[in-house]
Design a binder for this molecule. Sequence first.
Ligand SMILES: C[S@@+](CC[C@H](N)C(=O)[O-])C[C@H]1O[C@@H](n2cnc3c(N)ncnc32)[C@H](O)[C@@H]1O
Length: 383
Amino acid sequence: MIYQPREDSYLLAKHVAKHAKGSVLDMGTGSGIQAIAAAKLRDVKSVLAVDVQKSVVEHCRKTIISRKINFRRSNLFENVAGKFDTIIFNPPYLPEDVALKDITVEGGKKGYEMLERFFNDVNEHLKPEGIILVLFSSLTNKKKVHEFIEDNLLEFIELDKEKLFMEELYVYLVKKSSVLKDLEKKGLRNLRRFTKGHRGIILTGMLGRKKIAVKMQRKDIDAKGTVDREAKVLKLLNKHKIGPRILFSGKDMFAYEFVGGVFIPEFLEEASRKDMQKVLKDVFMQCHRLDLLGINKEEMHHPYKHIVVTEGRKAVLLDFERAKKTAKPHNVTQFVQYVTSARFGSLTKGKLRIDIKRLRQFAGEYKREISSKNLMNITGSFS
Ligand SMILES: C[S@@+](CC[C@H](N)C(=O)[O-])C[C@H]1O[C@@H](n2cnc3c(N)ncnc32)[C@H](O)[C@@H]1O
């Protein structure tokens, strides 16, 4: 089925004629209208026009004669190699309609799924100074589209909009953000937003074959310098085998090895008694080292997202955003609070025998004197 050019095609082609440059990728070429608009420009050296439909590619090859344009079948970037100066996409953007079943206009159940897949992969095919010219509609869910753009560390400007009978069309020019360009220069690939914290944003990506995470200061809040402070603390703690391994840091950001595994509650629900003992001891030892260093991590009494247990049953403490120097360290005693809580008991389902009264008494002694002897009393009190 060939998509005959409509209002959306002409609106996008108008901007292709203004902005396309260098090597061009026309995604979902259909009738080839965008490829032709690009190929007419002197600044455009070559155009690779792809479509998921074989019949479309065959038709274009027969009817469009241009030295600059090559046609190829590809499901999004599947058969596309290399990086481009310009990527054009007039995607199927309407929510699925059972009666319609039209691949040229339906972008998935909600309509935006095609754009989500496109933005998740586009960075690996766009040069640092490259541009994306993309069109979508008010029926696509603008908020979601913005999220896909931002999650992939891209930024946009709205070039145009046009009201039609039932919808409004938008043309965006999307570029790599300076943060993304900087990180890519350091060799990081496949970067995307993982989660947003109170003060920082965490991205994941690849450095060679290693999965990494990058923490960056949020710019939309008042707190300043918290990520830099955390990088400093983590560098010190790494020397004591605490926290994820930091790889490099810069202003308001640091990169570290991604820690794969499950958070502590999930681990406790499934683990054997032996594994629980091993992991709890490991956490207590790390808390003790923090106490000796005079650093409070905070949140060890409800460490739900603060401890990851790896496949090799190693506990890694995460998130040192609130960590600070203190004369009264309380990491071990806070973790005792967790281990003696009802919540902990419901997760471990009686698999661990803990003499709560004695444990609390040992915690009191440890509080008075932070020593390895008092620590051993604590770790020895669950069997
Ligand atoms: C709305 S039409 C746009 C056609 C043309 N570029 C234009 O502006 O008129 C969307 C095109 O994307 C193609 N398409 C749909 N899913 C695709 C996918 N996964 N990979 C590549 N092309 C796809 C369709 O076959 C269709 O030709």
